[in-house]
Design a protein around this ligand. Sequence first.
Ligand SMILES: [Zn+2]
Length: 278
Amino acid sequence: MIPVSRPQQPSVVLKRNAAKWLANLQTAIAHLQTVKANPSATKDEIAKAVKNVENATNKYRHKEIKDLLEQIFHGKCAYCESKVTTTGYGDIEHFCPKGNSRCIHLTFEWSNLLLSCERCNDAGHKGTQFPLAPSGKPLLIDPTDGVTDINKHLKFSWDDVDGATVVGLDARGKAVEQIFDLNSICGTRKELIKHRTNYVRQTLSVLKIALETGNSQAIALLLEHCQPSSEYSAFARIHVLPFLAHHFQIPEAMVLLKEFSKQSPEYATFVRIDQFPE
Ligand SMILES: [Zn+2]
């Protein structure tokens, strides 16, 4: 997971329709409740009312909204940083779940929409789960909120035995790690850790070549792996970018290091940003 900048303005279609869609959804929900409360309602009448709620809800699945989210998230899942095209076509995900009665008013709210892979979003993972801290704030992390220091809650770890793992460092990090099952080697996410570990292993092999030979193509490839558009770039930020900035003193790497440090004080300390001139 990496921080993602979200444009303040929603897609045109959302700006134009969100209020109308929400009013229609609330009407459909009220109608369903009325039908369900009627003892003489037939199965068909209930099914029709349920379908109306589904149709009213699904307005958010507009191509323009999906396209914009794919652009903002570089086609990657907000939570596991996999390219959504690796696992399918990706979902428009509601941070505060649309299936949670407390969040219905956020069904068409731009700031509540993320891009995620089908697996992170499915009923076996996030689904309608939205755990809260005792303070009432969400435990899960919205990478677009602009305030959460992701590196304070999650450690993007590498070792030869466990491979590339995402380790929760506190209650929020542990909620992310557990709900999305980010390190399962035998469960439903084994393909994720296998793919992620192979990807990071290859990146680190290229780093070894770069450190031994100074090969410019290897360095260029490493810099690409540190960009927000690359899969699992949270690992390259930690395990590769400091070498490019400190050891090779690549100007683009220094720019990236400073940019990422502004998003995360924890990261700034880790990469010793104070050693670079302003
Ligand atoms: Zn995912």
